[in-house]
Design a protein around this ligand. Structure first.
Ligand code: PHE
Length: 464
């Protein structure tokens, strides 16, 4: 008989899934979106979306995994033969994410190392980030370190690798972010003009909904930002939660576990915002807060430098937390690739780790070269200019994820029927208070909103 792979229990699953969900999206992307999209307003919209869309998409993925006990590639074919293609489409997302996630992981390792061995002032200098990522060798070396760590955890297996490491890393990560958040609130700084700004004022900006200049169109923009953030953040619609769901024991209360995962993920994002936004406000003012994606690697080092001696310690702890978050997420992407391939090719974990490892290595090197030998500037339909990494990110997150969600909601809502999922959640007679909401969302709301998101983020909406 085939040895059954799986999590030891509910807590193991929740921490591993939270490990996948809490990643660079929570600590890097969430805070800058929040700063850009009216602070508390974004928070509020995000919270409503987590409780509705987040809950529906996460429940769907995990229940498909546990009920079919298969990975995405086979699970969709089990649901309905004609929908086999959806398994392939879903599988494509981690295949693309794997190419660049370890490259970002390498950047984090580099910054962690800089704060460990020096006082970090060089990281605060203009041009430091760009000259690092465009260097020919250094980004590859740091990526390799990160990738080796990821491959090691995946190679160790589900219980001895993923679950075991998540059990240590996730509580550690939470403690680190809470510590930095509390510290951030105690900050105060007087700039050259004699203006004093405090961490508590920064907190107020973070929490208060800013409605200045709000129009219906702008509000729609905030909603779409929050929606695509939600997908990425919960690691849904990419087969990852199907794979993790397939490792969950039948007696686990799925609804309860899913709620815990959502709370963990949202709390981590909220706390990361609390750690970052007040600190950036204190040292760089309101302008500093609108720096967008450069917030983590360019603005934060300036904040740490302005803190004086303690900045180095905060830098070490911050990049350690970010590294933890990125590692457990990258592990989930690689595990999904390995698990799907093991199922399809009937090969051992060891062999598949080697093959997926080589694939990850080669593609990640290409992504690193995307900033020097393979550099190009490609305008994307969503009005950004992309390099290789951004192109992969765009195809997987802006194009494929809303598309697979749209198709999944049609499959579950209309072909298979939401009852198939609801029955799995209530398998052992557990209460599922939001069962009705689940059915309505899956049939009517999710397809419409996913179509809208797909059209907007691909720029196709402008053509209509
Ligand atoms: N959810 C992770 C985050 O918030 C990112 C991630 C995306 C992880 C896709 C795995 C797959 O950063």
């Amino acid at each position: 008989m085939k040895k059954h792979n799986g999590f030891s229990g509910s807590l193991g699953f929740v921490l591993a899934a939270a490990g996948s969900a809490v990643g660079v999206g929570n600590i890097w992307r969430f805070p800058y979106l929040c700063a850009k999209d009216g602070g508390g307003l974004f928070l509020l919209v995000y919270l409503v979306l987590v409780l509705t869309f987040g809950f529906v998409l996460l429940t769907t993925d995990v229940a498909i995994g546990r009920r079919t006990k298969q990975n995405a590639l086979n699970a969709f074919a089990t649901l309905n033969k004609k929908w086999k293609f959806l398994g392939y489409l879903t599988f494509l997302v981690p295949t693309l994410i794997m190419t660049y996630y370890s490259v970002i992981g390498g950047w984090i390792v580099k910054y962690f190392a800089v704060y460990l061995v020096s006082d970090g002032t060089q990281a605060a200098e203009d041009g430091f980030f760009t000259s690092f990522i465009t260097a020919p060798v250094a980004p590859i070396v740091f990526m390799l370190l990160f990738l080796a760590l990821t491959a090691w955890v995946v190679y160790r297996g589900v219980e001895k690798g993923i679950e075991k490491y998540s059990r240590y890393i996730m509580p550690g990560l939470l403690l680190l972010i809470i510590g930095i958040a509390v510290f951030s609130l105690t900050l105060s700084h007087t700039d050259g003009n004699g203006t004093t700004r405090t961490g508590l004022e920064g907190l107020a900006i973070y929490l208060k909904p800013d409605l200045t200049g709000m129009t219906a169109k702008r509000f729609l923009g905030v909603m779409l930002d929050a929606m695509s953030q939600l997908f990425f953040s919960l690691s849904v619609s990419m087969g990852i939660m199907i794979t993790y769901g397939s490792y969950v024991k039948d007696e686990v209360d799925l609804n309860c576990a899913n709620n815990q995962i959502e709370i963990f993920d949202t709390a981590a994002a909220f706390l990361a915002g609390m750690a970052i936004i007040p600190a950036v406000y204190v040292f760089l003012g309101r302008e500093g807060m609108s720096s967008g994606p450069s917030l983590t690697f360019i603005s934060l080092p300036k904040v740490f430098a302005a803190m004086g001696g303690v900045g180095r310690l905060v830098g070490v702890l911050f990049f350690l937390a970010l590294g933890f978050a990125a590692l457990t997420s990258c592990v989930s992407v690689m595990e999904t690739l390995v698990a799907n391939c093991m199922e399809i090719f009937h090969k051992s974990r060891k062999e598949m780790c080697a093959i997926v490892g080589i694939y990850s290595l080669v593609t990640a090197v290409l992504i690193c070269l995307g900033y020097n030998a393979l550099y190009f500037e490609l305008p994307l339909p969503n009005d950004t200019v992309a390099q290789l990494l951004d192109v992969m990110d765009y195809i997987s997150n802006s194009f494929l994820m809303p598309f697979t969600s749209l198709l999944t909601s049609i499959l579950i809502g209309w072909v298979v029927g939401p009852k198939w999922i609801i029955d799995e959640v209530q398998k052992n007679g557990e209460p599922f208070g939001r069962a009705k909401l689940y059915g309505v969302m899956m049939r009517y709301v999710v397809p419409v909103v996913m179509l809208l998101l797909f059209l907007t983020s691909t720029g196709l909406g402008d053509l209509l």
